[in-house]
Design a protein around this ligand. Sequence first.
Ligand code: SAH
Ligand code: DHB
Ligand code: MG
Length: 224
Amino acid sequence: MPNDIFNEVEQFLNNAFVKEDAALLKTKQSIIDGKLPLISVSENQGKFLHILTRLCNPKKILEIGTLGGYSTIWMARALQPGGQLISLELDQHHADVALANFREAGLQDKITIRLGKALDTLPKLVEEGAGPFDVIFIDADKEPYAEYFEWSLKLSKPGTLIIADNVVREGHILDKNTKDSEVIGVQRLINVMANTNGITATIIQNVGNKNHDGIALAIVDEAK
Ligand code: SAH
Ligand code: DHB
Ligand code: MG
């Protein structure tokens, strides 16, 4: 079974590289205790997000899909002094759990959760002039991924890094006749990303202790 070797390597890499502190460990426990879905990014993906984010020297980060705040904490720890992260979340319970985790991590002054449907809050961020963001992480419901990406472009500047999680879906993205609405959502995103001028984009496949999946990366060359 290839999954056994993927899992073993993931465990080895986590042990070697991912030193989670009390706040990250408590965040994972809070997700279990609060009965939130167990769909946070993996430990090593969290570290990878942190490294990508650090490379952008960010003052402003936007996340779409907070859950318990596990990915949020990894990214917020890459903020420049005085930097701010806004995370969009639909579910009040998820937001409550995440806010407690941000306090535990000492990040409560750097992170704001905007409660509501992201398709409602994203236009508000544009109206308010909340952008441009240096890093945007798309990780909420998959059906509107293409729309989240279009809104992200409006909240970008040249050099903004846009990241999207779960874009390979065990290879189901190859199925042109799929009826799976999440797969269709990701296929639409890939089509938009591959055909938008003014961005430099690719997708990297992931294996590990989660399913075969992938992360999309796009650097904005020309803002919209
Ligand atoms: N980024 C998190 C995982 C996010 S899971 C991590 O890796 O730690 C996806 C989250 O998106 C869930 O908390 C879910 O409630 C939220 N969500 C789902 N649909 C949404 C919508 N339309 N608008 C905003 N958030 C949504
Ligand atoms: C799942 C995983 C994710 O990373 C996510 O954002 C949503 C769902 C899942 O495994 O079902
Ligand atoms: Mg995800």
